[in-house]
Design a protein around this ligand. Sequence first.
Ligand code: UDP
Ligand code: MG
Length: 347
Amino acid sequence: MGKETEGMQEMQKVGIKERRIPVLYLVVPCYNEEEVVEKSAQVLGDKIRRLTRAGQIAAGSKVMFVNDGSKDDTLRLLHRIASQDTLFSVISLAGNYGHQSAILAGMMTARRYADAVVTIDADLQQDIEALDRFLESYMAGSEVVYGVRNDRRSDGIFKKGTATLYYNLLHLLGSKVITNHADYRLMSKKALDALAEYKETNLFLRGLIPTMGFPSDVVYFDVKAREAGHSKYTLSKMVTLATDGITSMSTRPLRMISALGFIVFVFSFVMSIISLVDWARGNNVPGYTTTMIVSLLIGGVTLLSLGIIGEYVGKIYMEAKHRPRYIIDTFVWKEDNEADDKEERTK
Ligand code: UDP
Ligand code: MG
């Protein structure tokens, strides 16, 4: 009770209407997670039950798994879990669309039923107990709550180093991305409805959501080691996400090319004058080294620039197609207390 009055004072302070206890959906993307999915269902389901009993979330709250085209036994296990308990719902995508699209599919489906949605990885690395603080912040008026990891102790040197470098680069390029926030995040129905208006294929939710500008908050949590299995983010998936992160949020690299072009132009202009003066003085030395350096430099800069421009042209091409960002193959969702009456929705 004490917590509730505290929350209400907070709301009056920021002038927000009192919220009702939300129906909460946990959206859990799964790609080849057969080793961990049963444990996840147990831990996440248990947390939802405890929160419901404590009156922190409303009845009808659920765990919604999104199978992202797994090639192992994940989908069969998920269907079994959902057939035993209406607490669990399963969306299965037609293929492997990637983490971001899987989360999007889950959130866009969950917003039909939920007042708030939290996305969390299947591997239980993100501390589910932080959910209490997500909810407190939601009750106090936040539309978006970002989970931020306390440290990167559980990561290897390579992941830690590249992550730090990457966040610095993103900030340098003007992105509003929140450092050390991976997609463990609460969004209210209002924020999700707004997100639905963004139609981009080049999806980088961590960069996009902060630009929407709702009242938001940050909750810190500890990262644990993966419960089982290994990381599903291959190096190429990581590189794709990293480039999407840059190209979807900023066109600054293009402007940097213009700047670079200008510098190279000034440089070659000066070099031309020097060569001309040399020639006029009769110092007609065969300048092999200078010639090589200049042509290599200009060649390199040109190719790099073309590559960067090409990256954007490719993205424009993909956006212009307006392809669906995911396709739902099957969807299992059952009304509470109707476990026997098999209301299975297949889309
Ligand atoms: N994931 C997904 N589709 C993919 C790759 C990953 O849905 O193509 C899911 C994966 O099952 C997990 C989450 O995204 O629930 C995060 O992946 P992972 O834990 O492998 O990444 P890491 O924590 O190593 O960055
Ligand atoms: Mg993980």
